[in-house]
Design a protein around this ligand. Structure first.
Ligand SMILES: O=P(O)(O)OC[C@H]1O[C@H](OP(=O)(O)OP(=O)(O)O)[C@H](O)[C@@H]1O
Ligand SMILES: NC(=O)CC[C@H](N)C(=O)O
Ligand code: SF4
Ligand SMILES: [Mg+2]
Length: 566
């Protein structure tokens, strides 16, 4: 057993549950069950990768990640972005015991598409063989019927990526698959390991060869090099070395394993389909789509193992002190999801109500910045007793603003995406509600659009406190000096964006709303108090990614990123 770990192990197996459709010839992680044959083919096309990996006992570490192709230099058109808003993060899914496992993963990834659009992948397990399809782009661009037919089996995991560490390129698209002495393992990760670089350095010093530039790969090396015996104790051993945010799903030849870091930064839920199959997903919206009922969260610091014996739960720590990301409720998660046990829709409506109560203003109409500001605007309008109307129409046919390479074009992008409705705005005193202000780009453009469309007054209400710090836990935020609230007071921001009044959700009110639960949330990007010290510099924006050489080095041309509050 790994030290200080696996403190409790309780069987949650449903004795009535029978995974009749699940067929695996190995009953435990016992090397003697594995094929004595290594099959490792990699046939990447420009934007797609299909890999098959079964385990060989003779195949020694270093573990081999599947997403490596010496000929692959695929990067995304938006690789050199300078627009660093808090973007969606990644989404993960895992399914055990369903004959349609990979198709269900595919559907679940669709439901989680808002969490990452850079790349998508699925690993399925059939006859002890792990098969992978990964590709750049949206789920619908990566998968088609032919690809899904290459992913048979009753056990599968999937991932949609928005990178926080390592470049946007095919080799970094998850899930990753590796072979080590005792088997094969696939992993999908939402979060960010803040000590990734020191772990990688240590591993490389002792001979590990990395195949990607993603932080996620370290977990596979830690598992492969652990002295522990079973897969689960190896996972626990690895987690004891990892710092930061991780909601992970693993597959082996016969197991599905879900892990959430002790702070529970990122969400992870468990569900069950009517045929008994077990599902893990980042958000409940994925469960809804594949008709799985919500069972519960994977708790902070919990490891849930699903195999032919049922469902087992282990704890990484005695007393977890959750610090769940409040931004999931403010912006990232879909309003139809239940995240950290709370309805996202309900949270956003209440944020809007608080704004109306604490920062009222005489107005004729309340509008939202669609889509993420809509529910808070509905809350504001209801509380203020003022009609809610669609004063801005969002085009769903415009590419995301962040793919535009320069500030000039990006500003134009806001206009392409959002169009004002003169009939709603002309001559009116307008309250416009958005979920957040990051650099101030969107708000300043919107105020101008609304005034040009005839609004008499524009009052901005923001359904979160001012963002003053970067996130190091799996959300891609700009460096602190690019955050407008880190540089300017509320009054200065009001002047900058040109509105008639501006108010943010007060921090105290947010905490009051959460009540006894408030200490279980992370607010670091509003307060600068980081639950886990981000003692390594922000990985993604700060390093030159040497790609296939697997090395990373500081970029001498980039200035230091200041870490607020530490
Ligand atoms: O202050 P800024 O740097 O402009 O960033 C803030 C804006 O970014 C986000 O929207 P985004 O345009 O990313 O898209 P979405 O709301 O449609 O997801 C957020 O909802 C704000 O509207
Ligand atoms: N946003 C995320 O959760 C990213 C996961 C991982 N750190 C990556 O960059 O691929
Ligand atoms: S720093 Fe902000 S975005 Fe990051 S986990 Fe904490 S609350 Fe969420
Ligand atoms: Mg927005």
């Amino acid at each position: 057993m790994a030290s200080n770990s696996a403190l409790s192990s309780s069987s949650l197996a449903n004795p009535k549950l029978s995974f009749s459709s699940f067929s695996s010839s190995s009953s435990s992680v016992n090397p003697s069950f594995f094929h004595n044959k290594l099959l490792f083919s990699n046939s990447n096309s420009n934007s797609n990768s299909k890999t098959t990996l079964s385990h060989s006992r003779n195949h020694k570490p270093p573990s081999a990640c599947n997403n490596t192709n010496p000929n692959t230099t695929d990067t995304f058109p938006f690789q050199n972005l300078t627009d660093e808003k808090p973007r969606e993060e990644c989404g993960v899914v895992g399914i055990y015991g369903d004959p349609e496992a990979s198709r269900l993963c595919y559907l679940a990834l669709h439901a989680l598409q808002h969490r990452g659009q850079e790349g998508a992948g699925i690993v399925s397990v059939d006859n002890n063989i792990l098969q992978t399809v990964t590709g750049v782009g949206l789920v619908s661009e990566v998968f088609n019927d032919t690809k899904l037919r290459q992913l048979p089996g009753t056990l599968a995991i999937g991932h949609v990526r928005y990178s926080t560490a390592g470049q946007s390129m095919l080799k970094n698209v998850q899930p990753f698959v590796a072979g080590y002495r005792f088997g094969s393992v696939g992993v999908a990760h939402n979060g960010n390991f803040v000590n990734y670089r020191s772990l990688r350095n240590t591993l490389e010093e002792s001979g590990s060869i990395f195949n990607t530039s993603s932080d996620t790969e370290v977990v596979l090396h830690l598992i492969a090099t652990s002295n522990q015996k079973s897969f689960i104790t190896r996972v626990i051993d690895a987690c004891e070395k990892l710092k930061g945010a991780y909601s992970l799903v693993f597959v082996t030849e016969n197991k599905l394993v879900a892990v959430r870091d002790p702070y529970g930064f990122r969400p992870l839920v468990m569900g069950r389909r009517s045929n008994g199959s077990v599902v893990f997903a980042s958000e409940t919206c994925a469960l809804d789509l594949i008709e799985a009922s919500y069972v519960r969260e994977v708790y902070p610091g919990e490891i849930v193992v699903v195999d032919e014996t049922g469902v087992q739960s282990y704890s990484l720590v005695f007393h977890p002190e959750p610090k769940q990301c409040i931004f999931e409720h403010i912006y990232f998660s879909l309003p139809n999801s239940v995240v950290f046990g709370k309805s996202v829709y309900e949270s956003r409506r209440l944020f809007g109500e608080i704004l109306a109560t604490e920062n009222p203003v005489d107005c004729d109409v309340v509008i939202a910045v669609p889509d993420s500001g809509v529910v808070a605007a509905l809350g504001y309008a209801a509380k203020a007793g003022v009609p809610f109307q669609q004063g801005l129409i969002r085009s769903h046919y415009v590419g995301r603003t962040f793919i535009e390479p320069s500030q000039k074009i990006r500003d134009f992008g806001v206009k392409l995406k959002l169009s004002p409705v003169r009939a709603v705005l002309e001559g009116k005193r307008v309250v416009v509600v958005d979920d957040s202000i990051v650099r101030g780009t969107t708000s300043s453009k919107i105020v101008r659009l609304l005034k040009e469309a005839g609004a008499k007054e524009v009052h901005m209400r923001i359904a979160c406190p001012p963002i003053i710090g970067s996130c190091y836990y799996g959300v891609d935020t700009p460096s602190p000096d690019e955050l407008i609230s880190n540089r300017m007071s509320v009054d200065e921001i009001k002047e900058f964006i040109g509105c008639d009044s501006l108010a943010f959700l007060p921090m105290d009110s947010l905490k009051k709303l959460l009540g006894d639960d408030s200490s279980n949330f992370c607010y670091a990007c509003f307060t600068g108090n980081y639950p886990v010290e981000p003692n390594e510099l922000k990985v993604k924006k700060k390093v030159v990614d040497a790609g296939l050489n697997g090395s990373v080095q500081a970029n001498p041309n980039q200035k230091e990123v200041k870490i607020v509050g530490v």
